[in-house]
Design a protein around this ligand. Structure first.
Ligand code: S6P
Ligand code: ZN
Length: 184
């Protein structure tokens, strides 16, 4: 039998003894932001986001589903919002759902031709991430952004492509407004 888990619909926090947690700090985000000098001037221990994951089968196994919540803190590095690293799924033909619980943000999506768009995230917004699509979330608000995710257990994660090539555009805070700016 699967372990019992529960979720708070107000915060997105998942409760259960088998929940795994991952933290990403400013120190973990080297070279992800446009302004690397601004990142280096911040406290490397500062948390950018935290991920809770419920993984009832082994990672890579076919046929299962994983479930998790990501909490992205408010903040900027230079003029770029605190955001997740972003990834393609290692198995490119695997899709995913995101569902926003609290806060305000943007889901940044990039297809294989580097065409990059974003969808506003607000409590209750549901986002279907198609296969072959890199995905990253930025917190554009002043409070924690929390969203649920559900993805296949054999999706896998390709972080290397984003780490080396980035997205086709960056979401920047320009005159107070979230603006998607194409990268050269
Ligand atoms: C997994 C899913 C999310 C992210 C999480 C952190 O497929 O998309 O759980 O892992 O939002 O983002 P990232 O890019 O650091 O994995
Ligand atoms: Zn994913």
């Amino acid at each position: 039998m699967t372990d019992h888990i529960g979720i708070s619909f107000s915060t997105g926090e998942i409760m259960g003894s088998s929940i795994r947690e991952t933290l990403r700090t400013i120190g973990d985000m080297k070279d992800y932001y446009r302004d690397e000098g601004a990142r280096r001037n911040l406290d490397p221990e500062k948390v950018v986001y935290r991920v809770q994951a419920f993984m009832p089968v082994a990672e890579g196994e076919q046929g299962g589903l994983f479930f998790g919540t990501t909490f992205v803190e408010p903040g900027v590095v230079g003029d770029e919002y605190f955001m997740t690293k972003g990834h393609f799924h290692g198995n490119r033909n695997r899709s995913e759902y995101y569902l926003t619980v609290q806060g305000a943000g943007a889901l940044i999506l990039m297809d294989e031709n580097r065409r990059t768009v974003f969808e506003p995230m607000r409590p209750g917004s549901v986002h279907y991430i198609p296969f072959n699509t890199a995905h990253r979330v930025a917190n554009t608000g002043d409070s924690v952004l929390a969203f649920l995710a559900c993805w296949p257990s054999d999706a896998g994660h390709d972080y290397g492509t984003i780490a080396s090539q980035g997205f086709g555009a960056r979401l920047r805070k320009i005159k107070g407004v979230a603006t998607l700016v194409e990268e050269p």
